[in-house]
Design a protein around this ligand. Structure first.
Ligand SMILES: Nc1ncnc2c1ncn2[C@@H]1O[C@H](COP(=O)(O)OP(=O)(O)OP(=O)(O)O)[C@@H](O)[C@H]1O
Ligand SMILES: O=P(O)(O)OC[C@@]1(O)O[C@H](CO)[C@@H](O)[C@@H]1O
Length: 308
C-alpha cells in the first residue's frame, strides 16, 4: 500500500478570469473546488492508475470534511487525523498567467501530532510512505523526520516531495525517491539551473550522498532522471496546457505506481513524464487513459556519460 502523508492539505479553489484586474472587481467565468495538497493529489492519481493507496495527514473543519467526501466519492482510502482547526483553502487564479495563494495551516496540537506518528508506525515492509507539501509551522521542526523514522523502523520505503529547508532537512534520511523541480533543486545548491546537463550534474551529487532515485522536473522543457544506474533525459510532449497544478504530483504518483508494479526506474520515469504532461493538458488531474495516450508522445534518452 502506498501511504501519502499531507501534513497541510487544502481545498484548491480554482477560478478562471479572462483578464485579471488587480485592485478591481473581477467576476470569474468558472470556479471549481478540488481536494488538494501534494499527497492527496498523489493518492488521487495512484487510484486512477490502479495502485493501492491511502491518504493520511491532518484534516479539520468543513474543508477537511469536503476533502474526505471527495476522496470517498473517488474511492480513495483515507485515514486522516482530525484536528480542531479548519483545513486551509488555496486559491489558484487562472488568467493569462497562473497565480497561487496558498493559505496557512491550522494549529496542530502535540496530541494530534502523536496520533499521526502512531499511524506511520503501523506501516510494514510492503508499504511506502510519501510525505509531500508544506509543514504546518506549529509542528516541531523535525516532525517529518519523526514520521520517517517511525515508518522506516517497520521497513517502509520513503519518498519525499518538499522543498527548501524542509527538503534539506530530510535528505540525510536517504529517501528512495525525491522530485524537486529545477528551481527547487537550484535553491538547495544556491545556483540557477538552466539546462538538463546542469540539472543532472547537481542531481548526481545528491545520489552520491544517498538519495536513491531523483527526478528533476523542468515544466514544458521536460525532466531529468538520475540514479546509480546513470542519467536519462525526457522531452515533454507538445499540447495545450490547461492546468499545471498537480503536474509534479502526477509524476511522483506514476513513478511510484510503476516501480511498485515491478518496472525498471528509467521505464517508470517515462510514465512519470507522461503523467505530468497529461495533467498539464487536462483541467483536473490526469486519468489512466490520458496518461497512456501521452506516453506514446514522450521521448526518453540515456544521457551520454562524460568522457565517452
Ligand atoms: N507546459 C508543459 N507542457 C508539457 N508538459 C508539461 C508542461 N508543464 C509541466 N509539464 C509536465 O509536468 C511535469 C511537472 O511539471 P513542473 O516541473 O512544473 O512540476 P512542479 O513544479 O513540481 O509542478 P507542481 O508543483 O505545479 O505540481 C513536467 O516534467 C512535464 O512532464
Ligand atoms: O503549500 P504547499 O503544501 O507547498 O502546496 C500545496 C499545493 O499548492 O500543492 C498542490 C500541487 O502540487 C496543490 O494541490 C496545493 O494547493
Amino acid at each position: 500500500m502506498i501511504y501519502t502523508c499531507t501534513l497541510n492539505p487544502a481545498v484548491d479553489y480554482v477560478v478562471r478570469v479572462e483578464e485579471f484586474n488587480a485592485g478591481g472587481l473581477n467576476r470569474s467565468e468558472s470556479a471549481d473546488m478540488y481536494a488538494g495538497g501534494k499527497g492527496i493529489n498523489v493518492s488521487r492519481v495512484l487510484k486512477r492508475l490502479g495502485s493501492d493507496t491511502c491518504a493520511i495527514g491532518f484534516a479539520g473543519g468543513f474543508t477537511g470534511e469536503f476533502i474526505k467526501n471527495e476522496l470517498d466519492r473517488e474511492g480513495v482510502f483515507h485515514r486522516f487525523t482530525k484536528v480542531d482547526g479548519v483545513t486551509r483553502i488555496n486559491v489558484k487564479l487562472k488568467s493569462s498567467t497562473e497565480t497561487e495563494i496558498n493559505g496557512p495551516a491550522p494549529a496542530i496540537s502535540d496530541e494530534d501530532a502523536n496520533r499521526l506518528v502512531k499511524v506511520t508506525s503501523e506501516l510494514t515492509e510492503r508499504d511506502w510512505l510519501h510525505i509531500g507539501g508544506s509543514v504546518p509551522s506549529s509542528l516541531p521542526g523535525d516532525f517529518a523526520g519523526t514520521l520517517i523514522d517511525a515508518a522506516r523502523s517497520k521497513g517502509a520505503r520513503v519518498v519525499v516531495d518538499t522543498s527548501g529547508a524542509a527538503l534539506k532537512a530530510l535528505l540525510p534520511y536517504n529517501p528512495f525517491f525525491i522530485k524537486p523541480n529545477h528551481h527547487e533543486l537550484g535553491e538547495l545548491f544556491q545556483t540557477d539551473i538552466q539546462t538538463k546537463e546542469e540539472a543532472a550534474a547537481i542531481a548526481q551529487q545528491l545520489i552520491d550522498d544517498g538519495t536513491e532515485n531523483l527526478i528533476v522536473s523542468m515544466g514544458g522543457a521536460g525532466a531529468v532522471f538520475v540514479s546509480k544506474e546513470g542519467a536519462y533525459f525526457a522531452e515533454s510532449p507538445k499540447g495545450t496546457v490547461k492546468n499545471t497544478v498537480g503536474a509534479g504530483d502526477s509524476m511522483v504518483a506514476a513513478f511510484m505506481a510503476k516501480i511498485d508494479a515491478g518496472l525498471q526506474p528509467h521505464e517508470a520515469f517515462h510514465w512519470a513524464v507522461a503523467a505530468g504532461s497529461a495533467t498539464a493538458f487536462s483541467d483536473d488531474l490526469c486519468t489512466k487513459e490520458e496518461v497512456e495516450e501521452v506516453y506514446k508522445r514522450v521521448s526518453v534518452r540515456k544521457a551520454e556519460q562524460e568522457g565517452k
